[in-house]
Design a binder for this molecule. Structure first.
Ligand code: ADP
Ligand code: MG
Length: 494
């Protein structure tokens, strides 16, 4: 293992209060991400999810005698692309090792993994922590390995079953440095990693289906002190559980230390029902994996041209897209982060904003559209309002043809009935009245009908709001609010 370096300045906002003073948590994550590929790492079997048990199993996956692994080039390509996306060192020569242990769902009796010489070395993930600014989380390494099968214990009273569909599926293990200092940072890290993998198309990031899961290493220490002994929480499969598991585990360790105890280096499991972590095994029981180079596989080697070609074809990644949105459309860092969180949302926004008021477009996409989609449990891909339609609404507001308020009505019509916003506004007479003569007429009528209010308003100019309301009502919301204000001020002599 490489030497641990502390890259962070202790932040009192993140300290945890104990009975004997403040504590700080230190976290390092090992994320397992299933490589997007049609076939497994060393065999031609399908990786399709949801197949009947043992449907996707070749002789290689079942470790029949004499079977030899053949590296899947696509998985290598995906691992290198991921490394490039993590701004990481790509190792032109890497090795596959055997990690030996016995388990019923591991027919080979070893897992093919990478130990000393992984395919990808050090990289960096940037987190946007809102008010706390940008945080840099170091990546230690990324290596390729095979997944194991699955033991099933709940289908028969006295028998267990084994499903080898996952046996041999390619995983990328992405190991972070111990640079994380709070549950919120760990959650942001998992989310950011998932976003990057999805942009790259190298892992679908689907945690419910197990295509992404995290082992979370937790230790506590006095702020800025030496690193404490860590416990590792295995196989956390949701961002929410990660947060709960970390909070629980840090508190557990603090309680032990404050009672004068010491932390036993353990592997633990999080139980979502109880909201607790519990011990699986301690370091003394840890396996000796007897790693050694797999004699069936040659070293993995490629040249600069191979890496350069993959780098050239990478899509625009979330950090770059976010920077571009800020520059090109004048967005706030926060709005830009929300919009680039997934590729579909970013593409939708760009279609709305292109050639229009970018900030107004961001408001409409984030507040009106995402708000409504969330409420109805829909994805942006299923939005009943297309980017072209929403762009049409934004253009009508910018041109002063409709007010923001009327625009919400137009949005509602497009959402439920469809149609072209400009035509809807035209045919239903929803256009804003900017004709000052028409507005003046309404203002005169309201002033004439309410002499008492006029007197009061002269004493208390705040009452002008009441008049604005009356004019808007009389015009069915169509009067241009700015014109209404100006005319009222003049007529009420405020
Ligand atoms: P192992 O296979 O033994 O778990 P790895 O090197 O694969 O070892 O992973 C160790 C992980 O634990 C890394 O993410 C690393 O950042 C993290 N880590 C190491 N020391 C600590 C510590 N004291 N507290 C929290 N996390 C730690
Ligand atoms: Mg580990």
């Amino acid at each position: 293992m490489t030497e641990l370096v502390d890259t962070r300045t202790p932040d009192p906002k993140k300290f945890i209060k104990g009975a004997t003073g403040d504590w700080e948590m230190v976290l390092g994550l090992e994320v397992h991400a299933q490589v997007t590929s049609e076939s497994k790492l060393f065999s031609g079997s399908s990786t399709e999810f949801g197949q009947p048990p043992n449907n996707n199993v070749s002789f290689v996956d079942a470790a029949m005698p004499g079977m030899l692994p053949v590296i899947n080039e696509e998985c290598v390509r995906q691992a290198v692309r991921t490394g490039l996306g993590l701004k990481a060192q790509i190792n032109k020569r890497s090795l596959f090792d055997r990690k030996n242990y016995f388990y019923p769902d591991l027919p080979q009796g070893y897992q093919i993994s990478q130990f000393k010489d992984p395919i990808v070395g050090e990289g960096m993930v940037y987190l946007d922590m809102g008010e706390d600014g940008e945080v840099e989380i170091g990546v230690e390494r990324l290596h390729l390995e095979q997944d194991a099968g699955k033991s099933i214990h709940d289908q028969h009273p006295n028998m267990s079953f084994v499903d080898l569909n996952r046996s041999g599926v390619a995983l990328m293990e992405i190991v972070s440095k111990p640079d994380l200092r709070s549950a919120d940072e760990a959650k942001a890290y998992i989310n950011k990693l998932r976003t990057i993998l999805r942009y790259l198309g190298t892992c679908d990031g689907n945690m419910e289906q197990g295509s992404m899961r995290a082992d979370i290493n937790v230790s506590v220490r006095r702020p800025g002190g030496a690193f404490g002994t860590r416990c590792e929480i295995k196989n956390v499969n949701s961002v929410r559980f990660a947060g709960q598991a970390i909070e629980y585990e840090a508190r557990r360790q603090i309680d032990i230390l404050e009672d004068g105890g010491t932390i036993d280096q353990q592997t633990r499991l999080f139980d979502p029902k109880l909201g607790e972590t519990r011990s699986m095994r301690s370091k003394e029981e840890a396996h000796d994996y007897r790693y050694f180079p797999d004699p069936d596989l040659l070293p993995l080697e490629f040249d600069d041209a191979y890496i350069a070609a993959l780098a050239k074809d990478l899509p625009e990644l979330p950090d770059e897209k976010r920077a571009r949105f800020i520059k090109e459309f004048g967005l706030s860092a926060y709005d830009a982060s929300v919009l680039v969180a997934d590729r579909e949302s970013a593409a939708y926004y760009e279609d709305v904003a292109e050639g229009r008021d970018g900030k107004l477009a961001a408001n409409w996409v984030i507040n009106e559209l995402f708000g409504r989609l969330n409420k109805e449990g829909l994805n942006v891909a299923d939005s009943p309002v297309s980017a072209e339609q929403l762009g049409g609404i934004v253009a009508l507001i910018s041109n002063g043809e409709i007010s923001g308020k009327i625009a919400k009505d137009v949005f509602e019509i497009v959402w439920t009935e469809g149609g072209n916003p400009a035509e809807i506004v035209e045919s239903r007479g929803m256009k804003q009245v900017t004709d000052t003569g028409a507005i003046e007429k309404i203002v005169d009528e309201i002033i004439a009908a309410n002499p008492d209010q006029v007197e009061k308003a002269k004493q208390n100019p705040k009452l002008m709001g009441w008049f604005v309301g009356q004019v808007m009502k009389a015009s069915q919301g169509k009067a241009n609010p700015q014109a209404v204000n100006e005319i009222l001020m003049a007529k009420l002599e405020l």
